[in-house]
Write a protein that binds this ligand. Structure first.
Ligand code: GLU
Length: 298
C-alpha cells in the first residue's frame, strides 16, 4: 500500500512540475484556480464558427464545459484546490483552445452521467467531455463529436474476490452509475445479478465496494483503473465485455460546432497533443497508450 501511494504522490509531484514549466505559455494562465496538472494548447484567437448557434452565443465570453469530477485520470476535481485534471479535461481544453477560449474563459461544470442529456439540450453546458459513450439511443437527444477514445466495460473487485469475469456475477450485488450504459447492461437477465445498485457516481460505488455493501463495481476499464491505482485492496479484472467509444456531447443539430470539434480532435491527434495528454493522465494508471480512434463524421 505504502509503495503505491508513494508512486501516486510522485506522479502528482511530477505532474505539478510539468504544470510549473508550462505556466506562462499561451492558454495556461498561472493564476487560474482551474489550473491542474496539464499541458498547454495554443488558443486560436481567430476562431470563427459563426454557423454554430452555440458558439455564436458564447464567443467573446465564457464557454461552459461539462465533465466529471470524481474520476481520477479522466475527469477529476481536487476537492482542496478545485483544480481539474485528467484525460477528458485535457481533451476539453484542446477543443476549447481551438474554439478560441483560453483557461480563463472556461467555466467547468460537474455533470454526473444521469444529467448529461438534459444539461446539453438545455444549454446548461456548451459541450460535454466525460467518459460519454456514443450510442444511437443518446443520439436521439444529443449529437457527438469524436470518438476520441475507446473504452470497454469491466469489473472492479476486491483482490481476494471469487469473481473472475462477468460470468461469475450470478447472485452478486453490483454497483454502477445512474444513467450509464454499464448499469443498463448489467441489468440484462443473462448476468443474473441479485442487485444492480445505482449511485450518482462511481466514487460512491467504490466506497460501497470497500464497505462490503456490493461485490463489484462495473463501468469502463479506463475509469476503474483510476480507482484501482488509489485503492490497494482492489483490482480491475481486465476482461472488457463491451465497446464504449467516448464522444463529445453537443447540442443536437449544431453541425457547425460538431465539425469544428471533430477538426480539433483530428488536429490534436496529429500534432501529438493527444498522446502527450494520454501519457500524462490515463497512461499513469497503467493503461498502455492505444492508437487514437478514427473520428466518425456521421
Ligand atoms: N461510458 C459509459 C457511459 O457513458 C460509462 C461511464 C459514465 O457513466 O460516464 O455511460
Amino acid at each position: 500500500m505504502k509503495l503505491r501511494r508513494t508512486a501516486a504522490a510522485a506522479t502528482v509531484v511530477l505532474a505539478l512540475a510539468v504544470t510549473a514549466t508550462a505556466c506562462g505559455k499561451e492558454g495556461s494562465p498561472d493564476d487560474d484556480k482551474n489550473e491542474g496538472p496539464k499541458l498547454s494548447y495554443k488558443v486560436n484567437s481567430a476562431a470563427d464558427v459563426k454557423d454554430s448557434p452555440v458558439w455564436s452565443k458564447v464567443k467573446g465570453g465564457k464557454i461552459k464545459i461539462g465533465t466529471k469530477a470524481d474520476q481520477p485520470g479522466l475527469g477529476y476535481e481536487d476537492p482542496g484546490t478545485e483544480k481539474r485534471s485528467g484525460f477528458d479535461v485535457e481533451i476539453a481544453r484542446m477543443i476549447a483552445a481551438d474554439l478560441g477560449f483560453d483557461e480563463k474563459h472556461i467555466e467547468w461544470k460537474t455533470v454526473p452521467s444521469e444529467a448529461r442529456e438534459t444539461q446539453i439540450s438545455s444549454g446548461g453546458v456548451d459541450f460535454y467531455v466525460g467518459t460519454y459513450t456514443i450510442n444511437d439511443e443518446r443520439k436521439k437527444q444529443v449529437d457527438f463529436g469524436g470518438p476520441y477514445y475507446l473504452a470497454g466495460q469491466d469489473l472492479l473487485v476486491k483482490k481476494d474476490s471469487d469473481i473472475k469475469g462477468p460470468e461469475d456475477l450470478k447472485g452478486k450485488k453490483v454497483c454502477s452509475a445512474a444513467g450509464s450504459t454499464p448499469l443498463k447492461r448489467i441489468k440484462e437477465k443473462k448476468y443474473g445479478v441479485a442487485k444492480a445498485k445505482s449511485q450518482q457516481g462511481y466514487q460512491l460505488c467504490v466506497q460501497d465496494l470497500n464497505n462490503g455493501q456490493v461485490d463489484a463495481v462495473t463501468t469502463d476499464d479506463s475509469i476503474l483503473k483510476g480507482y484501482a491505482a488509489q485503492n490497494d485492496g482492489l483490482k480491475v479484472l481486465g476482461k472488457p465485455f463491451s465497446e464504449e467509444p467516448y464522444g463529445i456531447g453537443l447540442k443536437k443539430g449544431d453541425k457547425a460546432l460538431r465539425d469544428a470539434v471533430n477538426d480539433a480532435i483530428e488536429a490534436h491527434q496529429k500534432n501529438g497533443d493527444w498522446k502527450k495528454a494520454y501519457d500524462a493522465t490515463l497512461g499513469k494508471s497503467g493503461l498502455a497508450a492505444p492508437t487514437p480512434p478514427q473520428v466518425d463524421r456521421y
